[in-house]
Design a protein around this ligand. Structure first.
Ligand SMILES: Cc1cc2nc3c(=O)[nH]c(=O)nc-3n(C[C@H](O)[C@H](O)[C@H](O)COP(=O)(O)O)c2cc1C
Length: 363
């Protein structure tokens, strides 16, 4: 029987368990997107995860519209990530970082008034906190030129190079949740008439170019990608999600990636649920995510619905989530008011369980 505690080979790595930490933006990179000691401590506390997928991290200043989110496009940011990689490795953990371009979800306030970019000049229905306040109205983005597209592909590849140079184990390409790559993939936004728009293969072109460039730079065994086939975050939509995302994973088969990560909570019976179809079409490891508990995760693994399970909110308040699952200890509930604040409160001050067990890092 495969359980959360069965080891797994994923790309270049042999991982100790299948309890992965999902990427979680926590807004603690308060100094120019540079990862700091607080963040190193937070990630090291969670190093018993089979794999930590660190938070969405910008590949370029123009793709960053989230207050105090980290980047990986300057030497200082790279050094900051090195501290995190070292701290996690010291505790025998593995860590990838999620590479991110927000596209049209970057408010002009972050760009000195300039317009953000997207596949097409389509305004997604969003409002976001910016340096100038809350609920700032969004502008219609600029459609990227072909040159602009190639520049961003290069930025992903450059950030991946920096990730490996910093000692991180790999990268997860953020192709989910309505951000730039998703703005190309899904036809609710993409209205292009060139080779990046129209047919499904054309809409997947940008994603596949990013994947190819990143794999060429750091090797496919250090690369994962995240998809969210059925959510509508930031007003994103697609008219044929089944066809779009099954084709996406079919095309991803050629890369021999470490994994494909699908964010899709199981809906009520009778509603569309694409993960089983993606599992069928994809030949490599599938990481599944969205509302799992120890029980539902173990049964999903045993049914071969995915090969590992990523947990998001449970990791916020339970740094020792793996040990708690192993020993059936109670879980603490995260305080959502401190998700995006800037200090250690509600971040690296969640205690380990009171049960008398040793943390895996001490064994
Ligand atoms: C505070 C918070 C921050 C998040 N940040 C990211 C992120 O940076 N990148 C991403 O792909 N998803 C992000 N997510 C989504 C989570 O990775 C995950 O998909 C979601 O929490 C569902 O998993 P869960 O039910 O185990 O919490 C975030 C979620 C939360 C609650």
């Amino acid at each position: 029987m495969t359980t959360l505690f069965t080891s797994i080979t994923l790309g270049d790595y042999q991982l100790k368990n299948r309890v992965f930490m999902a990427p979680l933006s926590r807004s603690r990179a308060v100094d120019n997107g540079i990862p700091n000691e607080l963040m190193a401590d937070y990630y090291a506390q969670r190093a018993s995860a089979g794999l930590i997928i660190a938070e969405a991290t910008a590949v370029d200043k123009k793709g960053l519209g989230w207050l105090n989110a980290p980047g990986l496009f300057t030497d200082e940011q790279q050094l900051g990530w090195q501290k995190i990689a070292d701290a996690v490795h010291e505790k025998k953990g593995h860590i990838f970082v999620q590479l991110w371009h927000m596209g049209s979800v970057v408010h002009p306030d972050f760009l000195g008034g300039e317009l953000p970019v997207s596949s097409s000049p389509v305004k997604q229905q969003v409002s976001l906190k910016t340096p100038k306040g809350r609920d700032r109205e969004f502008a219609v983005p600029k459609a990227l030129s072909q040159l602009g597209i190639s520049e961003i592909v290069q930025q992903f590849s450059q950030a991946a190079k920096r990730a490996v140079a910093a000692g991180l184990d790999g990268v997860e390409i953020h192709a989910a949740n309505g951000f730039l790559i998703d703005q190309f993939t899904r036809d609710g936004v993409n209205q292009r008439v060139d080779e990046y728009g129209g047919s499904i293969d054309n809409r997947l072109r940008f994603m596949l170019e990013v994947v190819a460039a990143v794999c060429n730079t750091i090797g496919s065994g250090k690369v994962g990608i995240r998809l969210s086939p059925s959510n509508s975050v930031w007003g994103i939509s697609d008219s044929t999600p089944k066809a779009t995302f099954s084709r996406a994973v079919e095309r991803l088969n050629q890369f021999n990636l470490a994994y494909v990560h699908v964010l899709e909570p199981k809906p009520e019976v009778g509603k569309d649920y694409l993960t089983p179809l993606l599992r069928e079409k994809y030949q490599g490891n599938l990481v599944i995510n969205g509302g799992y508990t120890k029980k539902t995760a173990n049964s999903a693994l045993d049914n071969n619905e995915g090969q590992a399970v990523a947990f998001g909110t449970p990791f916020i308040a339970n740094p020792d989530l793996v040990e708690r699952y192993m020993h059936d200890a109670d879980l603490a509930i995260a305080d959502s008011t401190t998700f995006y604040t800037s200090t250690g409160k509600g971040y690296n001050d969640y205690p380990t369980s009171k049960l008398p067990y040793k943390l895996m890092s001490e064994v």
